[in-house]
Design a protein around this ligand. Structure first.
Ligand SMILES: NC(=O)c1ccc[n+]([C@@H]2O[C@H](COP(=O)([O-])OP(=O)(O)OC[C@H]3O[C@@H](n4cnc5c(N)ncnc54)[C@H](O)[C@@H]3O)[C@@H](O)[C@H]2O)c1
Length: 450
């Protein structure tokens, strides 16, 4: 079985598929298509499938022309028909892994994808889970179900985990040139999964087990969550001391070794950093171990929107204005610059907090025209001189490159800049408040000098 599948992968006659055609699955499907495979993309969303079959990409990093060319060439087709999986020799799973209300893993999408494969499984099939998850998932949730059907993993079917590392908006590192980690249940599983990805990804890094691959992804994202948490705390520290956190970070970053630059901000967002470390924390709770770094980072990062709200309140107070009844213009609702993803975005929390305190809130985002929160729809506004002039406070939450920040400072009266986006702008009309520019902090330092 193994040699036959290996040969079919190597000569590109293997029929391959991707389950879940979102931020992760679509770029992978396109790379596999470009590598010469015939790719079937299976998704439960008819809207996603119809769009793709019409040659349209719904993912910002995947050019529409690439999807259209593959569809025209008959190399890629999207479907909602799960029976099409029966034709496939290799399947990657890239479905969501969110958290439930109690911040426990919600494995329902992964289990549903697994069951869809089980209904269509046949000898000679390679299955690779890519969704970010807790260590042990592949062995605990996949291996027994295939064995129950009579397959021997490593002989009849092949099972591996390979974490996706896609970084939306990153124009340098894309699916093809980001090294991919692969860990199979058996050496044969690893060998086949490696050959499969080698077709379309430049560098493959093998590890000894699915658990090592699962944990690699969680280490990467926990590393980011903890360092962002640490630097966010440093912003609060600097605020209390009246020191500019960005000046300190930029100076520290001149050290050519032993320091890696992270920047503070309004909080963390997206489908990875706020969620993934909790998969590890949950798993470790089942083993009676408390992952303290994860808990602390999460606590600090999730409090940043409240810290921003405090900055806005104090800044308006200096202008003798209450938040209640003030007009707030939020710049940016995407969770990071130059993308249109609003999942878990701290901007949504800030908009909600401003609204709760009675502010009239509007937002502008060059990449997002509308957001939905708690069943309410909020439509974005144009960034005009009038919109800037009529706002009591402009809150920069996402530092999109397409926004002219000099214009913001030329027309707004008060700007709370949570990203240091106005760093290079000439201070003209607006009073600018950053995360660490509290007047109280400067006062404390001045008093302590006597
Ligand atoms: N977005 C990122 O930046 C990123 C980066 C690295 C890893 N990941 C991980 O990759 C996984 C997928 O994330 P994403 O951002 O691509 O999600 P997404 O929401 O963009 O896409 C998921 C797709 O799966 C489809 N889907 C859901 N259940 C399905 C099912 N049972 N069968 C078929 N299709 C189904 C949805 O309709 C959707 O189109 C997650 O585990 C995530 O943590 C995401």
């Amino acid at each position: 079985m193994k040699d036959r599948l290996l040969a079919r992968i190597n000569d590109r006659t293997a029929r391959v598929g991707v389950i879940g055609l979102g931020y992760v699955g679509l770029p992978l499907a396109v790379e596999l298509g470009k590598a010469g495979f015939h790719v079937v993309g299976y998704d439960v969303s008819a809207r996603v499938v119809e769009g793709l079959m019409a040659g349209r990409s719904h993912i910002q990093d995947v050019p529409t022309e690439e999807v259209a060319a593959l569809v025209r060439a008959g190399r890629f087709e999207a479907t909602t028909d799960d029976s099409r999986l029966a034709e496939l020799d290799a399947i990657s799973i890239a479905v969501p892994t969110p958290l439930g209300k109690t911040r426990d893993p919600d494995m329902s999408y992964v289990l549903s994808a697994r069951d869809t494969i089980l209904r269509n499984a046949h000898p000679g099939l390679l299955i690779v889970l890519e969704s970010t998850t807790y260590p042990g998932t592949t062995r605990e949730l996949f291996l027994p179900s295939f064995e129950k059907l009579g397959f021997t993993v490593g002989i009849d079917v092949f099972l591996a985990f390979s974490p996706e590392r896609v970084d939306p908006g990153n124009t340098v590192f894309l699916t093809k040139n980001t090294p991919k980690v692969v860990g199979g249940i058996t050496p044969a599983c690893t060998e086949l999964a490696t050959a499969f990805y080698q077709s379309s990804i430049d560098t493959i890094v093998t590890v000894s087990s699915p658990e090592a691959a699962e944990l690699t992804k969680l280490l990467e994202n926990t590393f980011r969550a903890v360092n962002i948490g640490m630097v966010n705390e440093m912003a609060i520290v600097c605020d209390k001391l009246g020191v500019d956190v960005h000046e300190v970070i930029d100076a520290a970053a001149t050290k050519p070794f032993g320091f890696m630059k992270f920047t503070p901000g309004p909080g963390i967002g997206g489908h990875c950093i706020p969620l993934d470390p909790h998969y590890l924390a949950w798993k470790m709770r089942t083993l009676n171990y408390k992952t303290r770094f994860i808990d602390l980072a999460s606590e600090i990062n999730s409090q940043m929107p409240s810290f921003v709200m405090e900055k806005v309140t104090l800044a308006l107070n200096e202008d003798r204005k209450p938040v209640n009844g003030s007009r707030a213009l939020v710049l940016g609702v995407a969770y990071k610059k130059d993308i249109n993803d609003v999942r878990e975005s701290p901007s949504l929390d800030i908009i909600r907090l401003l609204g709760l305190h009675g502010a009239e809130v509007a937002f502008h985002d060059p990449h997002v025209s509308m957001v939905r929160e708690d069943g309410h729809e909020l439509r974005g506004v144009e960034l005009t001189d009038e919109a800037l002039e009529s706002a009591d406070v402009v809150v920069i939450v996402t530092d999109h490159s397409a926004v002219d920040y000099q214009r913001v400072l030329d027309h707004a009266a008060l700007v709370v800049d949570t990203r240091n986006a106005t760093k290079h702008c000439v201070r003209t009309k607006a009073r600018v408040v950053t995360l660490s520019s509290s007047a109280a902090g400067r006062e404390v330092m001045a008093q302590q000098a006597y």
